[in-house]
Design a protein around this ligand. Structure first.
Ligand code: SAM
Length: 243
């Protein structure tokens, strides 16, 4: 669907995806302990006060709102203005500090630089954003570039198997994906990423379980440079005088 079709989809008063965040997102993000970067900051780069998250294709912001409520500073991006407006309306009922932690950005995720979305982020979330395969691959590799050292990439979406064995969700097989597809997308960034989970997860619905593909990966923190030996080298024991 294009942006206008998503606007239309969101034009009801109810929240299309409901208010609660996705359960797997909550489970995985709680495990992160809101880690701030412990190293690898660039020269002159200040340590952020709060961990920073990017929610790609945030929709009506259910995951963004949960993240902001739990102390994350969130850039929430979507190309549907109607979706963003609904998220903003829900946020307007929350405390000013929570609202202040969200930047709603009306933009296409395939052109993030033009929207001044450059990172770094401690978390990049891509939840149920079903792009054409080439766009998905480019976005995932760009997401890795935007991660701070120690940052996490969390991808969840309708697994291709969901079409035959699951329930609801994206119906275009060219836009669904499997854990193996995500691993293949990220293969060029293999050296910059530690994959912690690449698996299928079942999500209860009012009918059969829906089947999602999940990937959780972390950008390693670079090793601190080895300490230079003191001037004159490492002190040596005195030579033995065996005379
Ligand atoms: C299935 S909804 C998921 C919304 C949200 N992530 C969630 O889990 O509730 C997919 C969202 O992706 C957005 N989207 C799709 N393609 C996009 C693109 N190229 N740029 C920005 N947003 C996009 C749609 O507008 C829609 O809000």
């Amino acid at each position: 669907m294009d942006a206008a079709e998503w606007d239309e989809h969101y034009s009801t008063t109810e929240l299309v995806w409901g208010a609660p965040p996705n359960e797997t997102v909550v489970e995985q993000v709680f495990g992160l302990e809101r880690r701030l970067p412990v190293g690898g900051l660039g020269v002159g780069e200040l340590r952020p006060e709060l961990p920073r998250a990017l929610d790609l294709g945030c929709g009506e912001g259910r995951n963004t709102l949960w993240l902001a409520t739990h102390g994350w500073q969130v850039d929430a991006v979507d190309f549907s203005q109607t979706g963003i407006d609904k998220g903003r309306t829900v946020a307007s009922r929350l405390s000013r500090s929570v609202r202040g932690r969200i930047r709603w950005v009306h933009a296409n995720v395939t052109r993030l630089d033009a929207a001044d979305i450059t990172g770094p982020y401690e978390l990049v979330l891509m939840a149920f954003l079903h792009l054409a395969a080439a766009d998905r691959r480019a976005l995932l590799l760009h997401a890795v570039e935007m991660l701070s050292p120690g940052g996490t990439l969390l991808v969840i979406g309708n697994d291709t198997l969901n079409l035959a064995e699951g329930y609801g969700g994206e119906q275009d097989p060219a836009r669904t994906f499997t854990p193996a597809d995500l691993l293949a997308d990220l293969a060029p960034a293999e050296a910059e990423l530690r994959v912690r989970i690449a698996d299928r997860v079942h999500r209860p619905t009012e009918d059969r379980d829906a089947i999602d593909a999940l990937l959780v990966a972390t950008k390693p923190v670079p090793e601190p440079p080895a300490e230079e030996p003191a001037l004159g080298g490492v002190p040596q024991p005195p030579a033995l005088d065996i005379g």
